[in-house]
Design a binder for this molecule. Sequence first.
Ligand code: GDP
Ligand code: MG
Length: 423
Amino acid sequence: MLDRLRNAFQILSRDADVEAALKEVQRALLSADVDVQTVLQLTKEIKEAEIPKGVPKSQYVTKLLFDKLVEILGGHRREFPVVPQRIMLLGLYGSGKTTTAAKLGHWLQKRGLKVLLVAADTHRPGAYDQLKQLAEQANLGFFGIKGEKDPVKIVEEAMKQRADVYIVDTAGRTTLDDELIEEVKRIRDVLIPDKILLVIPADMGQAAGREARRFKEEVGVDGVIITKMDGSGKGGGAISACFNTGVPVYFIGTGEHIRDFDVFDAKRFVSNILGVPDIKKLMELAKETEIKPEDILEGPYDINKFYAQLAATRNMGPIDKVLQMLGIASVPKEVKKMTEEKFKKYDAIYKSMTKYERSHPEVLKNPSRIRRIARGSGTTEEDVKAFLRDFKRSEKLIKKFKNKRYLKKMEKMLAQGNLQGLM
Ligand code: GDP
Ligand code: MG
């Protein structure tokens, strides 16, 4: 999927055949388990869009596709209401409902609400204990009736407890069947939830769209939570699910721990799925750093270039892959993992260097220069040496990048839409 989409974007970015690129987009989305109807609808809308005069067609199509995907997922940021409410979680067996109940409870409690987790999964042995344990861990209220087989009774009793937010964990099944639908409907009718949230794991394929549609039609769905975003799944199925239900994604689960839970950001999600950056941000950044592939690759590599790259990868986070696609060699992995504190130091060190030093890094072998820069930047000589080591690492990478053979290899991979080998 990623390879295909990258290829599509590659075609688009070369301002080549838009039709061909759209075909590639279709294939990519299909192979990511987005359902056929969604894909056709999406590409049809893009094809029919009127392209403003003076804007390169391919660029416009790229932006449209990006925006469409973001829109399907519920827009840039959809705030989850922090108010007293009743929440019901839906989803198949193993999707992450019980874990999510605790994560969401924790999230709301941190914002000042008193939360009660309600154990209404009476099918799975151990469901009661699992939720109870999670509630204890997160210091959340818990209600359940051990041995009770009717979830409706449990919910009725739970509602007699005092809390601001009730989060009801329901049972799943391995497949969505009539029995499950009947059960959640009965729970819904006594709970009268303010929000019904569908929990979808990121590795769920085609079935996610169908499941979402069925739940929406039969029970109603107000929002989606995607779990297991830390795993191999990219959440492609979630696109179909949202397209089919027209509801936004509110949160993502990124691990097994209660804190592994984030507010969903559609732009970031689409950027990740497509392997392209937030385009606006990229443009802004390009202006800000004035960093162009030619600039980095042509002429001798120096500290100014290193600094420009540092600033760029910092602002752009995970999309340095795209920098590579655009031909801007990224900084090495070790350099990328830079904390805020370390960057501040590097920034100060850079600013304490003279113009001459920045473009003639070889003179920085001199210990007295290192001492002067350390003093001037309020850092230690060790810090300055670390800076220079990281610069050397980058220089090596750039050399490799400039190496003809490497460029040839990259060209070939791009032609095949395969960038894995480069990353
Ligand atoms: P349920 O059957 O829908 O209630 O699913 P559970 O909450 O019991 O989760 C099933 C499994 O997935 C458990 O082992 C969880 O620890 C795990 N899990 C849930 N959410 C996440 C997540 O965001 N990331 C990871 N890595 N594992 C998760
Ligand atoms: Mg469960």
